[in-house]
Write a protein that binds this ligand. Structure first.
Ligand SMILES: NC(=O)C1=CN([C@@H]2O[C@H](COP(=O)(O)OP(=O)(O)OC[C@H]3O[C@@H](n4cnc5c(N)ncnc54)[C@H](O)[C@@H]3O)[C@@H](O)[C@H]2O)C=CC1
Ligand SMILES: O=C(O)C(=O)COP(=O)(O)O
Length: 643
């Protein structure tokens, strides 16, 4: 059907809520909250609590279909209403029943307290020292994987997971051993434990700094070899020396604080750190060049990224003060290790203390490890009892939360949405997904969508209304039916981009209550033909608008027609000439196939002119029933949509 044929203008909507039974009203299925995969019980409880607190009354007509049909003949707009308060104990059992116990694979040693948290929630398998092939063989039976720095979570691992792996938990900070691009493409959330080992890493940095300056490791080895070499191991003092902290993040700033306590002059380089935060610790932020050229000691604390890979190379070392001493508890890959050997041999670098290596463990004959001016530890920065217990709990909670469908505050490849925002947005999330799904089904052919515009009507300031979650769910609704992959918050933007789908967003300020994040959401798809010409708005695009009423998603506009129908079950949209008896006729046809009508709403341009009838049905009408609806003379077009 051509998209340009009808351009209705006038909004008018009369609504009739029909229920064949007198069940209490259904709330939108919380499965719509499965931002990642499953339903979140804590989130549901908080939602239920919200509903309870709001004490919304639901006007819910309890007519049987036959009763409403006869009532319509005489008093078309009269309904009898019943007031129902949503009680938090009234959620259906299937919502509250626990999700199946997930399998969590732990591939490296994790603190017992964290394992305990995991065991309470799922089936935990600890399998250490797996080869890459072993990991790939196991992963398709796992919902979550917990690793430290020793496990490489490559694209092959995500491919081998066959869509089952929902979350990778990195029990620590650095996620350079996880292929984030692949994780995102496969819709797998990656979370880390970024805070619990900060102090441990900083303490190890300071330990290496002092040990290096006073030759502790070499002197210890010498005594154990039966020697007593007091003159050979004369060290250098730390007090008054300049330390350049490269990367002024969590660990870097803790190292700086401790070095200040040792009487060192501390400078730092970090392109993203705030100068006042540095000043608060008594540290000057300086340029890279200034840092490396003035420091007596350089301590590395930046992540390994393409930008920092081999940042310390021949050129960098050549700009350093002769006799500089280097500590690395960040990542081996930020140093070109061959260049460091050359700098040590030439005396430009007097000493190095390394906890991390490009390849771990490094080869036994590594010139760097064997160098007499180098001391090494086997990636021990995070290895204190305290840090390991803390990291284990931090990662276990993040992984369990993710498996429940909650968004983690430590998500690495997804927007972090705080729980309170999540709980507030939950009903709108369901609305967003349904609008996306609906709009998509209105497109003739269902594919070839290039551009989607989302308009949020809201009373809130942009700062106070985060749309990322809603955009992701609209994208999910649009793409999932035409995609072989699960779409979630992690991969929604990526998948849209990959499919050449441009999603633009606009906020329109409306005079509604800022208590609610959004008044209504409009989804517009342009440049396509519609299966239901009446859904085409004035500017030629498919346009539908919905809002949340009583905590439940409702459709409010189709094209220019106002409707008022709960987005549950399935929907039939008919455009007809506005005349008496239409609801009855269609209702009768549906009743013949025992299709239960849950809601009905009529929107019209003007009395006795064009009207749109939106009919919510619990079951899917068969082809015959749909054909009969199409044969009703006053019906000009109709479409059946699955929600
Ligand atoms: N050896 C070990 O066992 C441990 C190692 N680490 C490593 O230490 C590093 C830092 O960890 P956190 O402080 O927790 O991370 P963080 O994210 O808090 O800090 C990293 C800082 O590096 C900065 N940065 C990024 N690119 C930079 C560049 N080109 N030059 C200078 N600074 C740059 C960032 O702006 C950030 O402030 C990470 O690589 C982490 O993996 C952390 C814990 C234990
Ligand atoms: O947290 C980090 O980045 C670390 O490097 C710690 O690594 P680990 O968990 O000890 O293998």
């Amino acid at each position: 059907m051509a998209s340009s044929s009808t351009k209705p203008k006038i909004f008018s909507s009369s609504s009739i809520f029909i229920s064949q039974s007198s069940q209490s009203p259904k709330l939108s299925k919380p499965s719509a909250l499965s931002f990642l995969h499953n339903t979140s019980k804590p989130l549901l409880s908080s939602l239920k609590q919200n509903h309870h607190q709001q004490q919304h009354s639901i006007n819910h007509a309890n007519y049987s279909l036959n009763a409403i049909k006869s009532a319509l003949k005489t008093t078309p707009t009269t309904t009898t209403t019943k007031t129902t308060t949503i009680d938090k104990n009234s959620w259906p059992d299937d919502v509250l029943s626990p999700i199946p116990r997930p399998t969590i694979l732990v591939s490296e040693k994790l603190g017992e307290a964290g394992l305990q948290v995991l065991r309470e929630f799922g089936h935990v398998e600890c399998v250490y020292d797996m080869s890459p092939d072993d990991l790939c063989a196991k992963i398709s039976a796992c919902d979550a994987l917990i690793v430290r720095s020793g496990t490489k979570v490559t694209r092959q691992v995500f491919e081998a997971a066959k869509g089952r792996l929902k979350v990778v938990g990195r029990a620590g900070v650095g996620i350079d051993n996880v292929d984030l691009t692949a994780a995102t493409e496969f819709g797998c959330l990656v979370v880390n434990a970024p805070t619990a080992n900060t102090v441990a890493a900083a303490e190890h940095g300071i330990a290496l700094l002092a040990a290096m300056a006073r030759n502790v490791a070499q002197a210890d080895a010498s005594i154990k070899a039966g020697k007593w070499q007091r003159n050979k191991y004369v060290g250098v003092s730390l007090v008054g020396k300049t330390l350049a902290v490269m990367g002024f993040g969590k660990v870097g700033s803790e190292v700086a604080r401790r070095a200040k306590g040792l009487g060192m002059h501390v400078i730092a380089h970090d392109p993203y750190a705030a100068a006042d935060r540095a000043r608060g610790v008594g540290v000057d932020l300086v340029s890279f060049e200034q840092a490396i050229s003035t420091a007596d000691f350089v301590s590395l604390h930046m992540p390994l990224t393409p930008a920092t890979s081999k940042l310390f190379n021949d050129e960098t070392f050549s700009k350093m003060k002769k006799g500089v001493r280097i500590v690395n508890v960040a990542r081996g890959g930020v140093i070109d290790e061959d260049a460091l050997v050359r700098a040590l041999d030439s005396g430009v670098v007097a000493q190095a203390a390394l906890d991390v290596f490009t390849v771990e463990p490094p080869p036994q004959d590594s010139k760097l490890v064997q160098h007499e001016n180098v001391i090494v530890t086997p990636h021990l920065g995070a290895s204190t009892k305290e840090a390991q217990e803390g990291v284990a709990i931090e990662i276990a909670e993040a992984v369990v939360g993710a498996l429940k469908g909650e968004l983690s505050a430590t998500a690495v490849n997804a927007p972090m949405v705080p729980p309170e925002v999540l709980s507030e947005l939950a009903p709108y999330v369901a609305l967003a997904e349904k609008l996306g799904k609906l709009a998509m089904q209105l497109v003739a052919g269902g594919t070839g969508i290039k551009s989607v515009r989302v308009v949020y009507k809201t009373a809130r300031d942009p700062d106070d209304f985060d749309t990322r979650l809603l955009r992701a769910m609209i994208t999910k609704g649009i793409i999932e039916p035409i995609s072989s992959s699960i779409i979630n918050l992690v991969n929604a933007d990526f998948t849209a981009k990959q499919k050449g789908l441009r999603i633009s967003e606009e906020r329109v300020r409306v005079d509604s209550s800022p208590e609610f994040p959004v008044d209504s959401i409009q989804v517009q798809i342009s440049g396509v033909e519609s299966r239901f010409a009446s859904s085409v708005g004035e500017s030629g695009e498919i346009s539908i608008e919905g809002k949340v009423k009583y905590g439940v998603p409702y459709l409010r506009y189709v094209g220019g027609f106002g409707v008022d129908v709960s987005l549950e079950g399935n929907l039939i949209l008919c455009r007809q000439v506005d005349q008496p008896g239409m609801i009855g006729q269609v209702g009768n046809i549906l009743a013949q196939q025992n299709v239960n009508v849950s809601f009905m709403s009529v929107g019209r341009t003007a009395q006795r002119r064009k009207a749109i009838m939106a009919i919510g049905v619990d079951e899917e009408p068969n082809k015959d029933t749909l054909k009969k609806i199409g044969q009703v003379p006053a019906i000009e077009e109709f479409v059946f949509l699955k929600l």
